[in-house]
Design a protein around this ligand. Structure first.
Ligand SMILES: [Zn+2]
Ligand SMILES: [Zn+2]
Length: 421
């Protein structure tokens, strides 16, 4: 038993797992590049106030899940529970709003939530997100949705489909929320404790209740799509028009409100076949009020975010083809201490020429070659006293299974031409 163990909700991502993570990160980076998104990296901690305001006081995240503390200077600090608030803070603080709009940004890294311990839930989790800032029209919503879709399509996820809803705007949402609250007030006696609380604090989230007993109230609830103002209605219709035209499947889901307070107009998720039933792999929406809310100029924006842990799990379960991580092609083996110095000089020579190489640290030639195979080297270079004396190297091609004796001064050219072949 180890004396120190990792904390609940954290994980070690071991070398054998890394190819899945790397493949995922590379796919996100490639799609972002193809779509014209610029990468931004942000601090993992910010002022607590930023998240309280930017994520919303009445969300589960702010109420229950934040890692908040005071630092040695008595500042209230929180480890980021999500990315969007930080992106918006950086957008305002760095004056990115003077850039030609829209500004398209993506980010990837760890986030922190104090989740109840359970399988597949992490307190240090990993996310990526993408945001389009400064464009109010539905083409930006479409672009974000297409990007989200494309990432999972390129990862070979099966059964992709959108879930789609509208959440209104400050002109139409208050009236809808009144109507929704009235519907629930009439059933007050039959509601769960969470729903009673939501009814007072955040009625939109009544539609989020997962309890069996509340599903009837949700099904009978008034739908926001029937209460949109003309602008929201036209926006939603235009977005659906694009999706129809492209033949991208979507399901209108009036219970989709997402956990965050800041969404306006569009909210969506991408669903895929995962482990078991089809479920959400990512989600997002429009947040036209957020930038102004945290002190910037009134600016429309739309974005999405997703966790990486679950995607990696799905990739493994569904045997998604993931390329092996590259390894250095050359492994230098040698016979005994007499050849060691010569071997080290050769190692440095190869590396200076730009060839990836590693060297045995000792042991019998047999165990060195076993190690070369295990490290998936393409070539084992074998040096004995005869080779040293003749200024040659034995090159064994571990993939082709042949070997040849190569003069020192022809070595790099020989290795390169075999690698290129
Ligand atoms: Zn509206
Ligand atoms: Zn409920």
């Amino acid at each position: 038993m180890a004396k120190y163990t990792r904390l609940t909700g954290t994980q070690d991502i071991l070398p054998e797992e890394q190819r899945y993570w790397e493949h995922f990160r590379q796919t996100v980076a490639q799609v972002a590049l193809d779509y014209g998104f610029d990468r931004i990296d942000l601090p993992i901690f910010e002022m607590t106030e930023l998240f309280a305001r930017g994520v919303g006081e009445n969300t589960d995240i702010v109420e229950k899940e934040m890692y908040s503390f005071q630092d040695k200077g008595d500042r209230d600090i929180t480890l980021r529970p999500e990315f969007t608030a930080g992106v918006v803070r950086a957008y305002i603080e760095n004056g990115l709003h003077v850039q030609p709009k829209p500004v398209k940004l993506y980010s990837i890294g760890p986030a922190f939530r104090y989740e109840r311990p359970q399988a597949g839930r992490y307190r240090q989790l990993h996310q990526y997100n993408a945001e389009i800032i400064g464009e109010s029209g539905p083409m930006a919503d479409l672009e974000i949705m297409l990007m989200a879709w494309d990432i999972y399509a390129r990862l070979d996820f099966q059964g992709l489909a959108f879930q789609l809803n509208a959440t209104g705007c400050p002109a139409c949402r208050p009236t809808y929320i009144e109507t929704l609250a009235a519907h629930y007030r009439a059933r007050q006696d039959a509601l769960c404790d969470d729903c009673l609380r939501r009814l007072e604090q955040n009625p939109l989230r009544l539609l989020d209740c997962k309890r069996e007993a509340c599903q009837g109230h949700i099904a009978a609830a008034p739908k926001i799509t029937a209460h949109l103002c003309a602008e929201c209605d036209a926006h939603f219709a235009e977005l659906r028009g694009f999706l129809d035209d492209l033949g991208r499947p979507y399901t209108l889901n009036h219970t989709l409100v997402r956990g965050l307070d800041y969404y306006t107009k569009t909210v969506f998720e991408v669903w895929a076949e995962g482990i078991g039933a089809q479920s959400a792999v990512c989600g997002g929406g429009r947040y036209d009020g957020l930038i102004e809310l945290i002190g910037g100029p009134a600016t429309p924006a739309v974005g999405f975010a997703a966790g990486i842990e679950r995607a990696v799990l799905v990739m493994k379960e569904q045997d998604v083809e993931v390329p092996a991580l590259p390894t250095p092609p050359v492994y230098i083996a040698y016979l005994g201490d007499a050849c060691r110095q010569y071997a080290v000089r050769l190692l440095v020579h190869l590396r200076e020429a730009g060839l990836g190489a590693q060297i045995a640290m000792g042991g019998s030639l047999r165990s060195q070659l076993r190690h070369a195979n295990k490290r998936d080297a393409r070539f084992a270079l074998i040096i004995g006293e005869d080779e040293m004396a003749a200024d040659v190297v034995m090159v064994r091609d571990l993939h082709a299974g042949d070997q040849e004796t190569v003069a020192q001064d022809a070595l790099i050219a020989t290795l390169r031409s075999r690698l290129d072949a």
